[in-house]
Write a protein that binds this ligand. Structure first.
Ligand SMILES: Cc1cc2nc3c(=O)[nH]c(=O)nc-3n(C[C@H](O)[C@H](O)[C@H](O)COP(=O)(O)OP(=O)(O)OC[C@H]3O[C@@H](n4cnc5c(N)ncnc54)[C@H](O)[C@@H]3O)c2cc1C
Length: 406
């Protein structure tokens, strides 16, 4: 690792890697400190997880010159079919209504991670230090970071530090930035399934009595399933064998995809939202899950973080970060924070609203959401608003959201 890079990114997850690629500039050197051995992680750990990329994220990856590679392995969503179990309303959001090729794309997280990692490894402006665990930060003229690598304590100094070490961010605590956790008292089960009647290009979001259930097309007859329920029911479902689980899933989802033929490995985890109470401290900025960990129901965590990265990239443009004094960097970061706070809150509210509206069993709410879905289907302007916010169109002033770096 270069001794004194201009930017250090703590955490080489999807957000840290994307941020490094976006902030590359001939006058900057960027180092990533990542505690795990990323290659191993990409090959195994994330294999069952998929990500829905919004239209805005596609534009950002186009700006980064990555989209052609991503597109070959991603599955387009041309229609999102939204329904509620046992209720009559159905809504379809269609790409053709907005003159788009697709509303978004589904890609396996591991594949996306591998593509980002490959690009980072090939960059001469980024050095990636794996097996390097951040330990502490100290402020002097710049920021001194201490990390542990191969049982040795090391130190580097940076002008700007991006903290992208995930939900349990050690760097966030080390800087004394408080966070708040909202427990949704729900758990999600994720798995991949094979179905007998695939409907290419259609993603399903179904609100079941126990919580939202998404079926996202992965290509051919494979779908990624994200099913949210109350924790007790989730535990029961996890104890079922594959056949029993498939029957239960089939009862909740119905037969829109025919029969659920095969079920992949299942993973279950508790759902909560974490929000840092402040994104900036001196020359340090929180991004990704370290800043906001969202409920997966709206599939917005990475999408929001990519728009944050686009905003940051635009803000720093050609700045020679290494020569900016502490006050200038802090001012830029605070500008970033105030420019992003409204959209971040909006995305959080959208997720919270969906959870309470669609996981609540009160009869009056049931009636309301059925009506809301039907109304959404016949009122194009309302539908456009939902589609636009899901696609991340709310920050259209940034060139990266038009697929260009400038
Ligand atoms: C079931 C599910 C479905 C989802 N679906 C979608 C979706 O469809 N669309 C969407 O946009 N988002 C989705 N998300 C959210 C998305 O996955 C996350 O927002 C995103 O992956 C967060 O990436 P990150 O890099 O911020 O954090 P992480 O992926 O947690 O990466 C943090 C990195 O920091 C490293 N690290 C941790 N501690 C240290 C340390 N001390 N020193 C050095 N390195 C450290 C870790 O090893 C890791 O590599 C989903 C999430 C879930 C759970």
């Amino acid at each position: 690792m270069q001794l004194n890079p201009d930017i250090v990114i703590i955490g080489g997850g999807l957000v840290g890697l994307s941020a490094a690629l976006a902030l590359q500039h001939p006058d900057r050197h960027i180092s990533i400190i990542e505690s795990s051995a990323l290659e191993q992680k990409v090959a195994t750990g994330l294999s069952a997880r998929s990500i829905a990329l919004s239209y805005a994220s596609v534009q950002i990856f186009k700006a980064l010159g990555l989209w052609d590679d991503i597109k070959t392995t991603a599955c387009p969503i041309k229609t999102i079919h939204i329904s509620s179990q046992g209720e009559w309303g159905v809504t379809r959001l269609q790409a053709c209504d907005y003159d788009l090729e697709a509303l978004g794309y589904i890609i396996e997280s591991a594949t996306l991670g591998a593509l980002l990692l490959d690009r980072v490894r090939r960059s001469k402006l980024i050095s990636l230090n794996t097996g390097a665990e951040f330990e502490s930060a100290h402020f002097s003229d710049k920021v001194k970071l201490r990390y542990r690598c191969q049982d040795q304590s090391q130190e580097i100094e940076a002008s700007l530090v991006l903290i992208a070490d995930g939900t349990q961010s050690k760097a966030r605590s080390s800087l004394g930035i408080e966070h708040r956790t909202v427990d949704y008292a729900q758990a999600a089960i994720i798995t991949n399934v094979e179905v007998s009647k695939p409907t290419p290009g259609i993603a399903y979001e179904r609100f079941t009595q126990s919580g939202p259930l998404a079926m996202l097309p992965l290509g051919r007859n494979r779908y990624a399933c994200v099913w949210t329920q109350d924790p007790d029911f989730s535990r029961e479902l996890m104890q079922l064998d594959d056949e029993e689980f498939a029957a239960s899933l089939q009862r909740s989802f119905g037969y829109r995809l025919g029969f659920l033929d095969r079920i992949g490995p299942r993973y279950s985890f508790p759902l909560y939202r974490t929000e840092a109470l402040g994104l900036v401290k001196d020359r340090c900025l929180l991004i990704g899950n370290a800043a906001n960990t969202l409920h997966p129901v709206a599939g917005q965590g990475l999408n929001l973080a990519l728009r944050d990265v686009a905003s940051l990239t635009h803000l720093f443009e050609d700045a020679t970060i290494g020569s900016l004094d502490g006050q200038s960097i802090k001012r830029l970061l605070e500008n970033y924070q105030s420019s992003r706070v409204a959209e971040q809150r909006q995305v959080v509210r959208l997720g919270d609203g969906m959870v309470s509206l669609f996981s609540n069993d009160l009869p009056v709410l049931k009636q309301f959401r059925a009506g809301a879905l039907a109304l959404l289907d016949i009122v194009p302007a309302l539908k456009a608003e939902v589609a636009m916010s899901g696609m991340g169109f709310s920050y259209a002033g940034n060139p990266m959201l038009r697929g260009r770096m400038r």
